[in-house]
Ligand binder design. Structure first.
Ligand code: UFG
Length: 328
């Protein structure tokens, strides 16, 4: 049986494809290459270029490759973009997933692992936040993912689909072996932006908001290494294959760092200083969000290996330097 990875040419998806290949699984990728990069797909892994919203295409792939599991990464993921372009986010994240699910049901796919997000929680009082906390997204991005979670639960109930929803906290870093990393042009995520500033791709970076109700006034996030996140997906796959119940699980380490602490870590790892300009708040940003991690440890035998912030930053920086060398 084969695993379909949507968004497999993207940042997290490409790490997943490598992990599945390393584990000897049969993998096929669907990616529209809007942000993904073809060159990160390992040789021998079939790549279909297209949208998850194209039911004719997805149903053919699922049938042709006898897919029994879908790991669904393909999505738009930038919080401020979703504020300015909500319809784009509801289309790509919610409606295209509806189409993919229709094909999955029609072709008898058994397992569906869904990339959700901590953005479904919004500004929560609970710190760290458990999976059962109220869901009040602060951005169309978070809402688009929450709508998909709801739809997935209904589809699972009606059609017996086995599902794991993984709510990612702030994903960062790169493959420790340097095989892939975040290549997306125009990236907006904090550690990526800071790494780009180190290698001179940007003259300076900005700090969005210094008046939040947090210890140093900047936002606090739970940064998770992409390789540990991918390992959580492998645990989810084993869980479903072993007949485990449908579940929703936070993916983070249970500890938060402020924007200033992250920037300090990047400066330390780089051994250089760079300019970080203080500016106003960015729309859609909750002040602080840290994962409650009881469920991930109770449900999976997940053993994170790269949780140290300095390691996350060092791997992100190594990948950024690699990209810089390749382009010069
Ligand atoms: N930030 C800056 N400067 C930058 C980039 C980011 O100050 O150049 C700040 C942001 O304002 C925010 C923090 O750094 O306070 C983290 O921002 P990111 O853009 O790196 O990530 P987000 O928290 O906005 O969102 C990410 C993912 C979501 C996920 C969320 C969970 O994109 O999918 O983390 O917390 F839901």
């Amino acid at each position: 049986m084969t695993i379909l990875v949507t968004g497999g040419a993207g940042y997290i998806g490409s790490h997943m494809v490598l992990a599945l290949r390393d584990a000897g699984e049969d993998v096929v990728v669907l990616d529209n290459l809007s942000t993904g990069v073809k060159s990160v797909i390992p040789e021998g892994v079939p790549l279909y270029v297209g949208d998850t919203g194209n039911e004719t295409l997805t149903a053919s792939i699922l049938k042709w490759h006898k897919v029994d599991t879908i790991i669904h990464f393909a999505a738009s993921v930038v919080v401020p973009d979703s504020v300015s372009n909500p319809l784009g986010y509801y289309k790509n994240n919610t409606s295209n997933t509806r189409s993919l699910l229709a094909s999955a049901v029609a072709t008898g796919v058994e397992n569906f692992i869904f990339s959700s997000t901590a953005a479904v929680y919004g500004d929560v009082d609970m710190k760290p936040v458990s999976e059962d906390s109220p869901l009040r997204p602060m951005s169309p991005y978070g809402t688009s993912k929450l709508m998909t979670e709801t739809m997935l639960a209904d589809v699972a109930y009606a059609h017996g689909l086995h599902t794991v929803v993984l709510r990612y906290f702030n994903v960062a870093g790169a493959d420790p072996q340097g095989r892939t990393g975040q290549s997306t042009p125009g990236a907006t995520h904090l550690i990526k932006v800071a790494a780009e500033t180190v290698v001179g791709k940007r003259p300076y970076m900005q700090i969005y908001g210094t008046d939040y109700p947090t210890p140093d006034g900047t936002c606090v996030r739970d940064y998770i290494h992409v390789t540990d996140l991918v390992a959580a997906h492998s645990c989810a796959l084993n869980h479903l294959r072993d007949g485990g119940a449908n579940t929703t699980v936070n993916c983070g380490y249970g500890r938060g760092y402020s924007v200033l602490e992250v920037i300090d870590a990047v400066k330390r790892a780089a051994g250089t200083d760079f300019e970080a300009r203080l500016t106003g708040r960015r729309p859609g940003d909750p002040p602080s969000i840290v994962a409650g991690v009881d469920r991930i440890h109770e449900t999976f035998s997940w053993q994170p290996r790269y949780g140290n912030l300095d390691t996350i930053v060092a791997h992100a920086l190594a990948w950024e330097r690699h990209l810089r060398e390749k382009s010069s």
